[in-house]
Design a protein around this ligand. Sequence first.
Ligand SMILES: NC(=O)c1ccc[n+]([C@@H]2O[C@H](COP(=O)([O-])OP(=O)(O)OC[C@H]3O[C@@H](n4cnc5c(N)ncnc54)[C@H](OP(=O)(O)O)[C@@H]3O)[C@@H](O)[C@H]2O)c1
Length: 222
Amino acid sequence: MPDKPAIAILGGTGKEGQGLAYRWAKAGYAIIIGSRSEDRARQAANRIRERVPHARIQGMENRQAAQAADIVVVSVPYAGFRPLLEHIRDVVQGKLVVNVVVPLRPPKVTKVHLPQEGSAAQEAQAILGPDVAVVDAFQNISHELLWEDGPVDCDVLVTGRGKANRQRVIALVEDAGLRAWDAGPIENSAVVEGLTSVLIYLNKTYGSTHAGIRITGVPDRR
Ligand SMILES: NC(=O)c1ccc[n+]([C@@H]2O[C@H](COP(=O)([O-])OP(=O)(O)OC[C@H]3O[C@@H](n4cnc5c(N)ncnc54)[C@H](OP(=O)(O)O)[C@@H]3O)[C@@H](O)[C@H]2O)c1
């Protein structure tokens, strides 16, 4: 499937990144796992290959991974977010950056915390500059649901810079087997990122593990 873009997943050795790599590898995308360690990246790529023998997947250090890909997904804990973006800034110019990061402040993860820019997406946009398009997705999807094969009972809200960019990300979400919505410009990312703390709070309060959201009242276009 040579028409599909190559996707780098920075922090792809971690829980959420592995789930995304698994789903996109199954869908035929070329995946580059990014890590601070090339070794860990290669090992993580091998874990995906064990489950998806036909996977087109390799592992690289984060900056090399970002350089080699068409689309760059950022999936690291918020504590490492700014240094990572500064590390890759010059090699992602002109690219689409998909932000998965929620700006949580452990241990208070049930309380909404947003950076002064308004959201992690806006912070990333400010760091990377106007020639990069930052789009939020997957903030409300648990890594376990991505790693399992079943249907995911949670919608994905896609917010970020430019309608055409959001449409590209919606196609990626749908190819991962999830339902996605264009939820508007980057200013709306605060709500999507903040919602994660609400879902974690619901899980703690009601003893659940996978609280999610569904958009109702809008015709499903699939
Ligand atoms: N887990 C979920 O269910 C979930 C759901 C929605 C959104 N998210 C968001 O997705 C992001 C990743 O979550 P996760 O659960 O996958 O995290 P994680 O497993 O704790 O970490 C992901 C990877 O980030 C790298 N990393 C860790 N600390 C770092 C630092 N200080 N600087 C640079 N890289 C660092 C590590 O890779 P290397 O050591 O190999 O570099 C690690 O394997 C988070 O922002 C989280 O809020 C997670």
